[in-house]
Design a protein around this ligand. Structure first.
Ligand SMILES: Cc1cc2nc3c(=O)[nH]c(=O)nc-3n(C[C@H](O)[C@H](O)[C@H](O)COP(=O)(O)OP(=O)(O)OC[C@H]3O[C@@H](n4cnc5c(N)ncnc54)[C@H](O)[C@@H]3O)c2cc1C
Length: 348
């Protein structure tokens, strides 16, 4: 039995570990925190249903986890708010995304993946300082161009999801409010150096306060991510998840990218090279498309964002508009070439 060492017990590290353990490897994960999810804040994150072809449950099953053991809250409608208009309802017949909680407690996806890894005999070393003989690096976000400011809170408001667009809520980014069973998250995701002397987070909180949302037991959190394209190789030692640059560059959805990049590295280690390259190619394609989408998104002014939101609201299947934005066609290839000249593409 061969052994594999992984650094980082997050989404990518545990996806890789679980897959390798099921393939007969002896896997050890070294984690710098005292427990899984300790580096996260208990906020709700969405696993999107539009970038990859399988729905969230099928995807989770395909990569070797028991989907039934992961607590998810499907969201098939949300309101879009822009500076200048009344909220717009966007509704679909299938869920846009599934909300999962991030952190160390039982309700969190981090804990649920950990339990499944344990079942497959993955060994965890917490409070670890280990940095040598690592096969897979899965240590999360490092260099950031996108920042997240948020609050978690308790509330008596009903379950609901909101997306906020426009320069005062989140310059070149977006903000959201999610409420699940009395727990809420408001967060603003914005681009580096774009917010001077203003507080988009406070603006969002004030905005919902005027809409009669009560916030109790508020806890602030922060995070980072990337809006830049990074070329990572599929070779040993492997860099997976956000440390490898695997993330949706439009809105920062990184959970599925992290899982799949962890699986691709594991397949290389276990000898399934063709399948590994196919996963890797898919990740690259989706990242390139998300980069194009980001560059287009950044060109929208507040009025145009409102128009885009209306387009989604009027569509009978708005989810398919998002799906189409992540599919290849010749036009995309041409625009990527143009964009490459116009904007610097970062490579590691
Ligand atoms: C506030 C916020 C909201 C987000 N919302 C969404 C969302 O709605 N949907 C979505 O898909 N994505 C979202 N993302 C992105 C998503 O969380 C990440 O893409 C994903 O968690 C990355 O997985 P990862 O395994 O690379 O990193 P993580 O899951 O962060 O795990 C990294 C692990 O490595 C450990 N580590 C770090 N350094 C070391 C070291 N030197 N030695 C040992 N261990 C180490 C950390 O403690 C951590 O446990 C969000 C991110 C943030 C910050």
């Amino acid at each position: 039995m061969k052994s594999v060492n992984i650094l980082g017990a997050g989404i990518a590290g545990m996806s890789a570990a679980n897959f390798l353990a099921q393939s007969g490897f002896k896997v050890t994960i070294y984690e710098k925190c005292s427990f899984v999810g300790d580096s996260r804040d208990g906020d709700y994150e969405g696993i999107e249903n539009w970038i990859f072809s399988e729905n969230v449950s099928d995807f989770i099953k395909k990569i070797g986890f028991n989907d039934k053991k992961i607590i998810k809250y499907p969201v098939d409608e949300f309101y879009v708010h822009t500076d200048s208009s009344t909220p717009i309802l966007v509704k679909n017949n299938l869920p846009f995304f599934n909300l999962v909680k991030r952190g160390s407690t039982k309700e969190c996806i981090d804990y649920q993946l950990y339990k499944q890894c344990l079942k497959n005999d993955v060994r965890f070393v917490f409070d670890s300082k280990k940095i040598d003989n690592i096969d897979i690096y899965a240590t999360g976000s490092k260099k950031a161009t996108a920042y997240v400011n948020g609050i978690n809170f308790e509330t008596n408001a009903k379950n609901q999801s909101h997306l906020l667009l426009g320069s005062s809520f989140a310059p070149k980014g977006y903000a959201y409010m999610l409420i699940v069973n009395g727990e809420g998250t408001i967060a603003t995701v914005f681009k580096k150096n774009k917010i001077k002397n203003q507080s988009p987070l406070q603006k969002c909180v004030d905005y919902f306060a005027t809409r009669n949302i009560k916030f109790n037991n508020i806890k602030y959190f922060g995070g980072k991510g990337s809006f830049n394209y990074k070329k990572t190789k599929l070779s040993h030692p492997f860099f997976v998840g956000e440390v490898g640059g695997f993330q949706d560059l439009l809105f920062g959805f990184g959970i599925r990218f992290s899982m799949l990049s962890g699986i691709a590295a594991s397949k290389m280690i276990s000898g399934s090279k063709v399948s590994a390259y196919s996963d890797f190619k898919l990740l690259r394609k989706k990242m390139k498309l998300s980069f194009i989408n980001r560059k287009l998104y950044e060109r929208l002014n507040d009025k145009q964002m409102f128009k885009v939101a209306l387009k989604f609201s009027d569509a009978s299947k708005p989810l398919s508009i998002l799906e189409n934005a992540y599919k290849w066609n010749v036009k995309d290839l041409v625009s990527l070439r143009k964009i490459k000249h116009k904007y610097e593409i970062y490579s590691s």
